[in-house]
Design a protein around this ligand. Structure first.
Ligand SMILES: [Zn+2]
Length: 221
């Protein structure tokens, strides 16, 4: 995970809350929900707040497109409450507590991760923490690990977070390994350029899925 800098909440969401002060999260109307979701997607560059996979609408082949949602259409996104709704009801409609996660609810049990895995448990390390990425490191085989440079206690938090969110499922390890291998096989001067590009969103506002993995692996952040 990488730090998500929260911007202002979408105006439609703010207005709806103002007009419906007693409303709950489950009562968000469709149009407001869509505006909220697209704001989260844009803020995060269309990657999951926990694992970094691509999130957005899915085409007929199931491929995820890193573009805003237009209406009701298949997608792989879930709104994640970083502090779970059950832990702090005051934060259920707090934009500052909401991020966009991937949705693995239909995946086989061994491949469930991120928001689906979190449930109503609190995260020891969250993407709202500015230094969250530094709690972790990545092996060349794509595994996410606790950063050995951190204190024992912090490493424990990192391991607990990895386990809670199930960030080492086979598919996540494989995806990270593929991306790291692609960069490791480049001549060194090209690695520098490739990493520089990973810092940037594309013209549609999307990051390369798992972009923070090589940035961390090659110690650029
Ligand atoms: Zn995810």
């Amino acid at each position: 995970m990488i730090h998500i800098e929260k911007g202002p909440e979408p105006e439609t969401f703010r207005l709806w809350k103002e007009q419906n002060p007693e409303a709950t999260y489950g009562e968000i109307p469709k149009d407001v929900g869509l505006a909220l979701r697209n704001a989260l997607l844009l803020e995060q560059g269309f990657v999951c707040c926990f694992c970094g996979c691509a999130i957005g609408p899915c085409d007929e082949t199931g491929e995820v497109l890193q573009i805003p949602l237009e209406s009701i259409q298949p997608h792989n996104i879930r709104n994640a409450h970083i502090i779970p709704q059950s832990r702090d009801t005051a934060k259920t409609l707090d934009y500052g507590n909401l991020c966009a996660s991937c949705n693995t609810s239909r995946h086989p049990k061994s491949e469930k991760h991120c928001d689906e895995a979190q449930g109503n448990r609190e995260l020891p390390v969250s993407p709202l923490q500015e230094d969250c990425l530094s709690y972790f490191s990545f092996s060349s085989d794509g595994e996410i690990l606790a950063n050995p440079q951190r204190t024992k206690e912090e490493q424990e938090k990192a391991r607990a977070t990895i386990s809670l969110l199930r960030l080492n499922t086979d598919s996540l390890i494989a995806a990270r390994k593929t991306l790291l291998r692609a960069l490791r096989t480049l001549p060194s001067e090209q690695v520098y350029l490739a990493l520089a590009r990973l810092f940037q969103k594309n013209a549609q506002g999307a990051f390369v899925p798992y972009y923070f993995v090589p940035l961390r692996y090659f110690q650029r952040i």
